[in-house]
Design a protein around this ligand. Structure first.
Ligand code: NAD
Length: 297
C-alpha cells in the first residue's frame, strides 16, 4: 500500500494523522513545527522536510492548515505540492472557502492533480476520536479512492463535484456554531446579571428549547470553568466568519447575525488577545455588561 501524505499537524491535523497510523496505514508527514512532526514520527509516520517531499512520495495527500493563503502557498507555491512527482489527488481538510477551492482545483489540474475540498467539523476531540463530519466535493469518479481514507476521521458526506461545495457547507455550519456561542453569551450574561446561577442556567437550557452546541458543549467544558480552552482559535473562527460573510454577500445574501458575530470575533482578538479561544467571545459580552471577565469560576 502506498503512503498517504499529511501536511499540517496542528490541533486537528495531528489527531487525524494519528488515526491513520492507529489503523496501521503508512503515512508521510510534514509541518513547519518540528515538535508536531516528532509526535507523528513517534507513532511511526515517516517525516518529510517539505510539502514537496510529501508530494514526491504519496499519491493521495491531505492538508490541514490554518489560513487560506498558507493552503494556497503549500499546494500551488513554487516548492509546493503541485511540483510533486507522485501525487495524484490532493485533499484540503482546512476551512479555506469556496473561492480558494476553485483556484486550487484549476491550479492543480494544470499539473494533472485532482483536487478535493473536505473541510471538517467536530473539534479537536472529534479529530482524536474519529468522530468528525467531513463535507467533501471533487471528481465523483475519484471519490471511491478518497472516501475510505476520510472514513478514518468520521462520517464523510459527498456534496457534489463543484469545487468548493464542501467549503460552502462548512461555512454554513460554522456560521451556526459561532452565532450559537454569541447568543448563548448574551443570554447567560443577562441571567448572571439578574442573579441566576450560571451552572443552573446551563442545566435548564440543556433540558429546554434553548439547547444548542454552545450550551451542551462549550459552556460546560470551557466557559463555566472559566478556562476558555475549547481548542478552536478565535483567529480561525474570525477567518471562517469573514469567509462566510463575504461569500454570502457575493451570493446576494446579507448575514445580519453573521456580520455581528464576525465583528464580535474581531473584538475578541483585540480585547482578549490574539491567542484567544473562540469561547472567549463570552468575555467580551460580559465585559460590555460590566461583569469582570477574569473572575474565577
Ligand atoms: P493549528 O493552528 O492548530 O494547526 C495548523 C498547523 O499547520 C500547525 O501545526 C502549523 O505549524 C502548521 N503549518 C502552518 N504553516 C505551515 C506550512 N507552511 N507548512 C506546513 N505546516 C504548516 O490549526 P487547527 O486548529 O488544527 O486548524 C486547521 C484547519 O482546520 C483550519 O482551517 C481550521 O479552520 C480548521 N478547523 C479547526 C477546528 C478546530 O476545532 N481546531 C475544527 C474544524 C476545522
Amino acid at each position: 500500500m502506498s503512503n498517504i501524505g499529511f501536511i499540517g499537524l496542528g490541533r486537528m491535523g495531528s489527531g487525524m494523522a494519528l488515526r491513520l497510523r492507529a489503523a496501521g496505514l503508512p503515512v508521510i508527514v510534514h509541518d513547519v513545527s518540528h515538535e508536531a512532526v516528532a509526535r507523528l514520527a513517534e507513532a511511526g509516520a515517516q517525516a518529510a522536510q517539505s510539502a514537496r517531499a510529501v508530494a514526491d512520495a504519496s499519491e493521495i495527500l491531505l492538508v490541514s492548515l490554518p489560513m487560506p493563503d498558507i493552503v494556497e502557498q503549500v499546494l500551488l507555491g513554487p516548492d509546493g505540492v503541485a511540483q510533486g512527482k507522485a501525487v495524484k489527488i490532493a485533499v484540503d481538510l482546512s476551512t479555506s472557502g469556496p473561492q480558494l477551492a476553485q483556484r486550487l482545483a484549476d491550479g492543480l489540474a494544470k499539473h494533472g492533480i485532482a483536487s478535493f475540498d473536505a473541510p471538517v467539523s467536530g473539534g479537536v476531540k472529534g479529530a482524536r476520536e474519529g468522530r468528525l463530519s467531513l463535507m467533501a466535493s471533487g471528481p465523483a469518479a475519484l471519490w471511491p479512492q478518497v472516501e475510505p481514507i476520510l472514513q478514518h476521521f468520521g462520517k464523510a458526506f459527498f456534496m457534489g463535484e463543484t469545487p468548493g461545495a464542501g467549503q460552502t457547507m462548512k461555512l454554513v455550519n460554522n456560521l451556526l456554531g459561532a452565532v450559537a456561542i454569541a447568543v448563548t453569551a448574551e443570554g447567560m450574561t443577562m441571567g448572571i446579571k439578574a442573579g441566576l446561577d450560571p451552572a443552573k442556567m446551563i442545566e435548564v437550557l440543556n433540558q429546554s428549547t434553548g439547547v444548542n452546541a454552545a450550551t451542551k458543549d462549550k459552556w460546560p467544558r470551557s466557559v463555566l470553568p472559566r478556562t476558555f480552552d475549547f481548542g478552536f482559535a478565535a483567529a480561525l473562527s474570525y477567518k471562517d466568519m469573514r469567509l462566510c460573510v463575504d461569500e454570502a454577500e457575493a451570493l446576494g445574501v446579507h448575514l445580519m447575525l453573521g456580520t455581528h458575530v464576525r465583528d464580535l470575533l474581531r473584538r475578541t482578538l483585540e480585547e482578549v488577545g490574539e491567542d484567544a479561544d473562540f469561547t472567549a467571545m463570552a468575555k467580551v459580552v460580559e465585559a460590555d455588561a460590566g461583569l469582570d471577565p477574569d473572575r474565577p469560576a
